[in-house]
Design a protein around this ligand. Structure first.
Ligand code: HGY
Ligand code: MN
Ligand code: MN
Length: 412
């Protein structure tokens, strides 16, 4: 049989994604399946069932990363790995992460039904807590596996209700016994929606990112003095929320001020006591700074620190800024990126070289072995929203590129 003529089953890929979308789906057609919640547990159970149906060897490690292995003829050779994540953003989309897991599953299903043997082992993975929205920072599962985070530190991370990662992992029954520890990887491919406007705008079908922006995450706490909103004169206030509001504006102005290619976002804020007639005295908010230039990212953060200190002093509201995540920009393996581009063209798809503004587990796997990603367009350039969408034709095209990249790497 000539493997080159084989294609994935687009209809089966579609129904697999739609079945997963029922677990933690929102009335608005999006997804609300945060890491280590009951919905995440159900999605994991379904994923494990699917792995069993195609007779993969299943391993769950101590970070809850789920691996399904299809042994190759030479089991001692470094394996080919592919996957992404099943956890989602709050009111997020049904493709982010899920397309990479289901695309790899579809590739293994085609291998199984065609009784295909490969020289190297091919393994699929669902990484725990890629989003980092419930338990920050992002990519805790792949980060511990790659040796970037300490397992017990990851276990100690808390959500806004004070629940701990390790306890929640235990509660949903996915704290495996296998060490979350890297092993040699011959090639890792992560298939993912672009989550931006580029491919749609230029009318290209397959994106071949050369890498990922560097990312820094901070938690910021601002203190004030609570008091009655009525009798307290304006010049006698230490209003934590007003101080925080000024700081949020400085974050938004930072990329323009730094003059380089940078984005900066405050996405999360808690205000207390959060009563309409009490002057707030405690605010926590998050800062997300991204740039290809790691120095610019660092300088930008230092600039923010100075500006926050000035606001804090002027308003009498102490501020504390804690760096909770710093990942340098990622450069993927050029020969694997070329494989993605060449395979796309051989399959008759247009392709485009680009950079990923979104973070991915591929950033940490890239520190262990040669890595590349495959993008397909996001309709309207939207992602991390309920209306996140990609056409089924593009989903099928990207999965075909993934399937053939896996075959090439698994047989070399
Ligand atoms: O933040 C990101 O870009 C990814 O969704 N974790
Ligand atoms: Mn993702
Ligand atoms: Mn995401």
């Amino acid at each position: 049989m000539n493997f080159r003529d084989l294609r994935i089953n687009g209809q089966r890929l579609k129904s697999t994604i739609e079945e997963l979308a029922q677990i933690g789906g929102t009335p608005g057609g999006g997804m609300h399946r945060l890491a280590l919640t009951d919905a995440d547990q159900k999605a994991r159970d379904l994923f494990v069932r699917w792995l069993g149906e195609i007779h993969l060897e299943i391993t769950i490690d101590e970070m809850g990363n789920i691996f399904g292995r299809k042994p190759g003829e030479k089991v001692d050779l470094p394996m080919v790995l592919s996957g992404s994540h099943l956890d989602t953003q709050p009111f997020g989309g049904r493709f982010d992460g899920i397309l990479g897991v289901t695309g790899a599953l579809e590739a293994l299903r085609v291998m199984r039904e065609n009784r295909m043997e490969t020289r190297r082992t091919v393994t699929i993975v669902n990484w725990t807590d890629e989003e980092g929205t419930r338990f920050s920072p992002a990519m805790l599962g792949s980060g511990v596996w790659a040796g970037r985070f300490d397992r017990d530190w990851a276990y100690s991370r808390q959500d806004v209700q004070g629940k701990k990662f390790g306890e929640e992992l235990e509660r949903i029954g996915y704290r495996g016994r296998a060490p979350a520890r890297k092993w040699p990887v011959h090639a890792y491919f992560e298939y993912h929606i672009e989550q931006g406007p580029v491919l749609e705008r230029i009318g290209k079908r397959i994106g071949a990112p050369k890498g990922i922006l560097g990312i820094r995450w901070y938690d910021v706490w601002v203190e004030g003095k609570a008091n009655q909103a009525g009798p307290t004169p304006m010049d006698a206030r230490n209003d934590a929320l007003v101080a925080a509001a000024e700081m949020v504006l400085r974050v938004n102005e930072l990329p323009g001020k730094m003059g380089g290619n940078m984005v900066a976002t405050v996405g999360e804020i808690q205000n207390s006591p959060n009563s309409r007639n009490i002057i707030p005295d405690r605010v926590r908010f998050t800062v997300d700074i991204r740039s290809w230039d790691d120095n610019l990212k660092k300088e930008g953060a230092e600039e923010l620190e100075k500006e926050f200190a000035a606001i804090s002093k002027r308003r009498g509201c102490p501020v504390r800024m804690e760096l909770i995540w710093d990942i340098r920009h990622t450069v993927f393996d050029p020969s694997l990126v070329r494989r993605v581009e060449k395979t796309a063209r051989e399959l008759g798809y247009s392709d485009h070289s680009m950079v990923s503004g979104a973070g991915h587990d591929a950033a940490y796997v890239n520190e262990v072995g040669p890595t590349a990603m495959i993008f397909v367009p996001s309709i309207g350039g939207r992602s991390h929203v309920e209306v996140e969408n990609t056409s089924w034709e593009d989903c099928e095209a990207g999965a075909n590129v993934l399937f053939h990249c896996l075959l090439q790497s698994a047989n070399e």
